[in-house]
Design a protein around this ligand. Structure first.
Ligand code: SAM
Length: 268
């Protein structure tokens, strides 16, 4: 049900959610990495804001957890803080091109994207520890990532066979608004994510409240539905999550703001 005063918008100017083929065509990992690099030069924008949210979130997570990053993209952002608590990490994405970027970095390929400035930011600036820990953290992440697999939040199950199991922690950043065409689909997708979280386990979900109906990086424009605050929050309680912790931050565009929720899957 829509909330009173709801201003959700689904008819974006670009048409519906993209098929895997369209996604592969439009979402170029190299362009996305340039977009991330540009944002990194600004203190409060994405991806520093996401890194700060991951850092805060993982401080509250117990040691030895099994972590799934659902919709990782070509980026290693979540793993830097996840490695402080994880016993193993699984990375999953919709696009083969993104998975190839992740594998390249994990295999220590000299052509791989250099994530060291992001590791330095988290380990030195946010955690306040030194150079040696930073090198160690990169090694630790390479050891902890057990697999890089395909996922599609609109399918049942939403992840490759063998990975459709319960994780202590699931993180999902900037995925659901682009992968859903309506409020109902967003709710169904949040419910599919919930099925991957152990009862008592935690979900970290980062998104953008976006009245534009699309997002832009480089010269790409991709669809992105807009859910009002109540409908967005309602999707997580409807999916069986409780104890929501929310963080909202402005972007330079008044139509868009970052929003982050962490919540616990109910045990009964
Ligand atoms: C904007 S990127 C976000 C990447 C990364 N999580 C981050 O925070 O930078 C959106 C990601 O959603 C993934 N995605 C798009 N449709 C999806 C779907 N139906 N199921 C799962 N992931 C999807 C894409 O492959 C892409 O990596």
């Amino acid at each position: 049900m829509a909330a009173t005063g709801c201003d959700c918008r689904f008819k974006d100017p670009l048409g519906a959610r993209l098929s895997p083929e369209q996604y592969q065509e439009l979402f170029k990992p190299s362009e996305y990495l340039k977009f991330i690099e540009a944002g990194f030069s600004s203190q409060n924008a994405f991806p520093r804001h996401t890194l700060q949210c991951y850092h805060e979130f993982f401080k509250s997570v117990p040691n030895g957890v099994k972590v799934l990053d659902f919709g990782t993209g070509p980026v290693m952002l979540s793993t830097i803080s996840a490695a402080t608590k994880a016993s193993e990490i699984v990375l999953a994405d919709y696009s083969e091109a993104n998975l190839a970027y992740l594998r390249q970095w994990l295999q220590n390929d000299p052509q791989a994207y250099d994530w060291s400035p992001y590791f330095r930011y988290v380990v030195q600036e946010l955690e306040g520890v030194g150079d040696r820990e930073m090198d160690e953290r990169e090694k630790q992440v390479r050891q902890l990532v057990k697999d890089v697999v395909h996922c599609d939040i609109t399918q049942d199950p939403p992840i490759d066979k063998g990975y459709d199991q319960l994780y202590d922690v699931v993180v999902c950043s900037l995925v659901l608004e682009g992968a859903s065409d309506s409020r109902e689909e967003y709710r169904a997708n949040a419910a599919r994510l919930a099925k991957l979280v152990k009862p008592g386990g935690a979900l970290f979900c980062y998104g953008i409240e976006n009245k534009n109906g699309y997002y832009v990086f480089g010269n790409q424009r991709l669809p992105n539905i807009h859910l009002c605050h109540e409908c967005w929050l309602g999707a997580f309680s409807n999916a069986g999550f409780c104890d929501p912790k929310i963080r909202i931050a402005p972007t330079c565009d008044p139509n868009r703001q970052y929003r982050f929720i962490s919540c616990t899957r109910k045990t009964v």
